[in-house]
Every structure is written in structure tokens, then in C-alpha cells.
Design a protein around this ligand. Structure first.
Ligand SMILES: NC(=O)c1ccc[n+]([C@@H]2O[C@H](COP(=O)([O-])OP(=O)(O)OC[C@H]3O[C@@H](n4cnc5c(N)ncnc54)[C@H](O)[C@@H]3O)[C@@H](O)[C@H]2O)c1
Length: 266
């Protein structure tokens, strides 16, 4: 008899599941037995991922969703409950990532849009999920943050503020939802090639990573699965980092006072 998956029959919503990290998490959840709801503003991409999960023997559906819009989020949860009966896992992954502007050149529309898609969305989706999960007495919410919550990216004030907000919100939700059995954790990707960079760009980034390689979307799938599963049943309010060691270093290898060239040969 085939063994059950690690999140067998759990209903899992993955926002931004149409591409990149969200797609990798959705595919892994599908392979581990979950009923996956792929929620993305790009419905063609979401539909493709749902089909990939089904082609692998899993269960999935796509729901076109704008995570910054309350009505659209309500529709996502209504469709999910109508089709699969409940929500056990929510991955708040959707976000705008190419948002660079120098602080001096930022304006209120830029700020509001990034905060709406990257932070307000976590409240909107988290609030709907928590209502369902609290009544059941269990559930797992995973919020995608960034190293930018801890150490700033240049030209990314709004993005980094949203991610800092996500980590604070994760801890606040952990306290408010813990008594109802709902766990809430943040997941931090490092430098992940979610869009297919050139070989040159990959090498340039890889040289700054302690593990010596750029991250792949699938590098987040295992940590997300752990946080979603009962293996993490006593883990809540935490920031889990999958970044090849980026946040652990003071300086990148190129400018460190003890360069790689001095490392012993083994
Ligand atoms: N790639 C990285 O290196 C990296 C690093 C740190 C954090 N992250 C975080 O990981 C998450 C995923 O990043 P990625 O690199 O896979 O990005 P991506 O651009 O490949 O995927 C983001 C997905 O979100 C969807 N989306 C955008 N706006 C939406 C909206 N309003 N409603 C619903 N869906 C929407 C897009 O259509 C897309 O499918 C983001 O939260 C990002 O901030 C990524």
C-alpha cells in the first residue's frame, strides 16, 4: 500500500501559486496529498499549476484572486469551502517583487500598492483563514517574508517595510490564534531564481551566498511542507530562513577580511 503524504487530505491555499516559489510549494503540497487551491491574479498560470498537480495524481483547483482586494479574497475562501469543505493550511506567498525605487523618488501610489499587495493581503487572507481554523481548533498559516525584514535592500523601502510588517504580524497572529490551535510562522527565502536568470546573473548572485549557489524555488518547498505539517505541531511565531546562509553573514565573501582564498584546502 502506498504511504500517505505528509499533509494527506489537508486543504491548502497557496496565494501567488501560479509561478516561482508559490508554484514550487503548491506542487510539493500536491505531491504530499493535499487538496491544493492555487490562487493567483494570473489565472492562466494558476490553471496550469493546478493541471500539473492533477497530472501527478494530486487534487487541485485554480481560483483567480487579487489578494489585495477584499471581495476577491472572500471569493477565494468561499470557493475553497464550497469545493473542499474547509481550509487547513494557508500560504501567504503572493507579492510584488520588482518594486525598486529610490526613497527620494517614491510616491504615495507606489507605497500604497506595495503595502496593499504584500502586507494588507496577509491580513485579508489570514483573517478569513483564521475564522475557519479557529472553529476547527487547528490550522497552519505561513507568511512569506524576506531578508529585507531584517537587513534592508537598497531602493526597496516599501517592500522591506511590508516584509517587516509581515514578521511583526506573524508574531501578533501567533499570540492571538495560539489558544485556538492555529499556528502562524514566517518563511524567508534568500536569493531565489524564480524567473530564470541568465547564467551570468546566477553566478554573480551565487558568489555572495555562503553555500555558494543561488536558491531555487524548490528550496522553499521543504521548509513550507514542514511548517504546514504535524512535524511542526509545536512551532509557531517563528521566522524560518532558507537562504543559503545570507542573513548569517556580516559581509559578502568578496569584501570580507578573511576571503575564500584563505580557506584551507581539504
Ligand atoms: N525570489 C526571491 O528571491 C524572494 C526573496 C525573498 C522573498 N520572496 C518572496 O517570496 C514570494 C514569492 O516570490 P517569487 O520570487 O516566487 O515571485 P514571482 O513574481 O515569481 O511570483 C509571485 C506570484 O504572485 C502573483 N501575484 C502578484 N500580485 C498578485 C495579487 N495582487 N494577487 C494574487 N497574486 C498575485 C503573481 O502573478 C505571481 O504568480 C513573494 O512574497 C516574495 O516577496 C522572494
Amino acid at each position: 500500500m502506498a504511504s500517505a503524504g505528509r499533509i494527506q487530505d489537508k486543504v491548502a491555499i497557496v496565494t501567488g501559486g501560479g509561478s516561482g516559489i508559490g508554484r514550487a510549494i503548491a506542487l510539493r503540497f500536491g505531491a504530499e496529498g493535499a487538496k491544493v487551491v492555487v490562487a493567483d491574479i494570473n489565472d492562466a498560470a494558476a490553471g496550469k499549476v493546478a493541471k500539473e498537480i492533477e497530472a501527478g495524481g494530486g487534487t487541485a483547483m485554480a481560483v483567480k484572486t487579487d489578494v489585495s482586494n477584499e471581495e476577491s479574497v472572500d471569493n477565494l475562501f468561499d470557493q475553497t469551502v464550497k469545493t473542499y469543505g474547509t481550509v487547513d493550511v494557508l500560504v501567504n506567498n503572493a507579492g510584488l517583487v520588482d518594486t525598486e525605487r529610490h526613497f527620494l523618488e517614491g510616491d504615495a501610489a507606489w507605497w500604497d500598492r506595495i503595502i496593499a499587495v504584500n502586507l494588507r493581503s496577509v491580513f485579508l487572507c489570514g483573517h478569513r483563514a483564521a475564522q475557519i481554523m479557529a472553529r476547527k481548533g487547528e490550522g497552519s498559516i505561513i507568511n512569506l517574508s524576506s531578508g529585507g525584514a531584517t537587513k534592508a535592500h537598497r531602493g526597496n523601502a516599501a517592500y522591506d517595510a511590508a516584509k517587516g510588517g509581515i514578521e511583526a504580524l506573524t508574531r501578533a497572529m501567533c499570540l492571538d490564534l495560539g489558544p485556538y490551535g492555529v499556528r502562524v510562522n514566517a518563511l524567508v527565502p534568500g536569493s531565489i531564481d524564480s524567473k530564470g536568470m541568465s547564467a551570468e546573473a546566477r553566478k554573480y548572485r551565487a558568489d555572495t551566498v555562503p553555500l555558494g549557489r543561488i536558491g531555487e524555488p524548490d528550496d522553499l518547498a521543504g521548509p513550507a511542507l514542514f511548517l504546514a505539517s504535524d512535524d511542526a505541531k509545536y512551532v509557531t511565531g517563528q521566522v524560518t530562513v532558507s537562504d543559503g546562509g545570507m542573513l548569517a553573514q556580516q559581509r559578502s565573501p568578496q569584501v570580507d577580511i578573511f576571503p575564500h582564498s584563505k580557506y584551507p584546502k581539504v
